[in-house]
Design a protein around this ligand. Structure first.
Ligand code: C2E
Ligand code: MG
Ligand code: MG
Length: 616
């Protein structure tokens, strides 16, 4: 008789053993977290800022707990709740563009491998059979699969939501950045753009193009005697009248408080710019009714016509003619003639004086503090260039920096500013003031690779920590040469230096472009802060800008805070930082220490006065 050995059938894993493995995993969940973090670090992929790392660690712990609970006998549905929190964290990371989907997926796989390692080790310690280990691993894989699918869904929907929101904000922003909120007319940026197209067109078709610069006479007097609201009303009515005189194809813009510009082409068909100017002057002369008062207003108009390389040249000449009209007695128009270019004469003198200014030690820096609006503490100093001229006294940057830029002298002067500011910043920090230093960088400096070396040298000579230095770059400068600028700023950023966009909102801000620069801070232009209290749109716009910063995880800093009310609104809107005459005007370097001491003594008063209104 032949007896056969019974074949060993695969035994179903004992639930008790699976449970023991689950409990072991529970106890070792911190080990899984640590190993996953270490593996991700070894992979060399960037770990991102601290909050991204913390999010990943949180997800890791949640996922390990979920799978351990399941192994220990919990229902798989219960795991969904915990899973939900993890997917939401993924969603937030996606929304803030803090991590790529690829990177997140990779980390999920590291997590699975680490869990499996711990399970294998626990199985051998507990002596559970390999079928049990296999089942546990299958459950880990299911958890991973569900997580990956849900995470992709969450990523997708969050990205879509934020993309839509950003696109909407961008549209709002683009409109508001190119229009004057009081009259709804195009602003300077937009008219320059349209005017440029008209100049190109007129060159092609040989049609004359003309610019008219219109400035209301003594408008300040109207504002002072009747009040700002009446002044605004007059400007709105005036806009309607100007618009009524012009043809649809003419471009009308408000370029300053009481300054308007008209650019017209195709004038050969009509009666020419002189007649347009006469009609405009007539329309302005009609009395304006403010309450019971009839107010008479006049204006001076300058006209420039003919071929120019750029629309700016045309506008500059129209301005020169407009000043001549004022000089000649106001309420009239004057046509530009080449002999009027005395402005250029002054410019040439300025240029020749500037050539000696650096060698003669005529430049110096003033420092204007910036403040943390949550803590109401000074957090940094912006270095602002000044020129002490032998005859003119102290000249403000608006009057000479354009000349430095045109002549390229700005490179040398810019390097000097960088060195001085870093040395001064290091000195204040040695004295115990926790201050950052911000330096304005001109578009010209960004045109060359030299800037990186200059920043590095200024840091190493002064001993200033790179993290304490911020370079301020205007939006327009950034957008001049996107590719090259992004590369140069990327390299500077690698040093640890911060990058801020200055006068944000005044250029054509393209968010798509903005995201290509390693930006830490948006300095929102003063014009937006001035509008905050002027009209409701001003508040909405400011909120949009602050929210935009938050969506992109970029600090927002409001420039030019002059009134307590502006500060209060900005704090309510959760704007991060601020700067302005309300806090301090630019200071001499020697006065900074005293200012900081006085501030810490007096800050209690200002903080209480501007505490945001509490929600009840
Ligand atoms: P910015 O970088 O936007 O500097 C802020 C300007 O706003 C400063 O004028 C400051 O005095 C002024 N400001 C600050 N708070 C208020 C306020 O509450 N109300 C008003 N009305 N104005 C306020 P500043 O010093 O005349 O500088 C003008 C511009 O010149 C700067 O604008 C910057 O673009 C340029 N600039 C200054 N220094 C340098 C420099 O070293 N290099 C370069 N490239 N540009 C510089
Ligand atoms: Mg600045
Ligand atoms: Mg600015």
């Amino acid at each position: 008789m032949v007896t056969t050995q019974p074949t060993t059938l695969p035994t179903a894993p004992s639930q008790a053993d699976v449970r023991r493995l689950g409990e072991a995993l529970h106890e070792r969940s911190d080990e899984v977290r640590a190993q996953t973090v270490a593996r991700a670090a070894d992979s060399g992929a960037p770990l991102g800022p601290p909050f991204v790392r913390e999010s990943f660690e949180r997800i890791c712990v949640l996922a390990t707990t979920t799978v351990a609970d399941w192994l220990s006998g919990g229902r798989p549905e219960d795991g969904l709740d915990a899973g939900h929190e993890a997917w939401q964290i993924f969603g937030q990371l996606a929304a803030q563009r803090a991590a790529s989907l690829h990177e997140v997926t990779r980390r999920c796989l590291y997590w699975r491998d680490c869990v499996n390692d711990v399970l294998r080790d626990s199985a051998s310690q507990l002596g559970v059979p390999k079928e049990v280990l296999a089942q546990a691993r299958a459950m880990v894989q299911v958890t991973l699969d569900v997580t990956l699918v849900k995470m992709c869904e969450e990523f997708e929907s969050e990205r879509q939501r934020t993309d839509e929101e950003l696109a909407r904000r961008q549209e709002e922003l683009a409109f508001m950045a190119t229009h004057d909120p009081l009259t709804g007319l195009p602003n300077r940026t937009l008219i320059l753009d349209r005017g440029e197209q008209m100049v190109v067109r007129s060159r092609r078709h040989r049609n004359p193009v003309a610019a008219l610069s219109i400035d209301v006479d003594d408008f300040k007097g109207i504002n002072d005697s009747l009040g700002r609201a009446a002044g605004d009303e007059i400007l709105r009515t005036l806009t309607r009248r100007l618009d009524g005189v012009l043809r649809g194809s003419d471009g009308l813009a408000r370029v300053g408080g009481d300054e308007f510009v008209v650019i017209a082409d195709d004038l050969a068909l009509s009666a020419g710019p002189e007649l347009v100017a006469e009609r405009l002057l007539e329309a302005i002369k009609e009395p304006f009714h403010v309450g019971d008062t009839a107010v008479r207003v006049t204006a001076s108009i300058g006209i420039a016509t003919g071929a120019r390389a750029r629309v700016e040249d045309l506008l500059r000449d129209a301005d020169i003619a407009m000043y001549r009209a004022k000089w000649d007695g106001k309420d009239r128009y004057v046509i530009f003639e080449s002999g009027m270019q005395d402005v250029e004469q002054t410019q040439r003198e300025l240029e020749s004086d500037l050539r000696h200014a650096l060698a003669n030690d005529e430049f110096f820096l003033a420092y204007q503090p910036t403040f943390d609006l949550h803590e109401m503490n000074p957090k940094g100093m912006e270095a602002l260039l000044r020129w002490r001229h032998a005859e003119r006294g102290v000249v403000q940057p608006g009057d000479f920096i354009p000349v430095l830029e045109q002549t390229d002298m700005i490179r040398e002067v810019g390097r000097w500013v960088l060195e001085q500011a870093c040395a001064q910043g290091a000195c204040w920090r040695e004295q115990g003031h926790e201050l950052g230093i911000a330096v304005n960088v001109s578009a010209r400096q960004l045109d060359r690779d030299d800037l990186l070396g200059e920043v590095r040298d200024a840091l190493s000579v002064s001993g200033l920590e790179p993290g304490a230095l911020t370079l301020e770059i205007t939006e327009t400068a950034l957008m001049r040469n996107v590719e090259e600028t992004a590369r140069r700023l990327g390299a500077i950023k690698q040093l640890g230096v911060h990058i801020a966009i200055d006068d944000f909102g005044t250029g054509y801000s393209s968010l798509a472009h903005l995201q290509r620069f390693p930006v830490d801070s948006l300095k929102i232009d003063r014009s937006f802060i001035a509008q905050l209290t002027a009209n409701p749109e001003g508040e909405t716009l400011m909120r949009t800008l602050v929210q935009l910063g938050k969506a992109l995880s970029i600090e927002t800093l409001a420039e030019g805070i002059e009134q307590q009310r502006e500060l209060t609104l900005l704090r309510e809107q959760d704007c991060d930082s601020g700067q302005g005459f309300l806090f301090a005007r630019p200071l001499d370097a020697d006065d900074v220490d005293g200012f900081l001491r006085e501030w810490s003594a007096a800050r209690v008063a200002i903080t209480t006065a501007s505490e945001p209104a509490r929600q009840t």
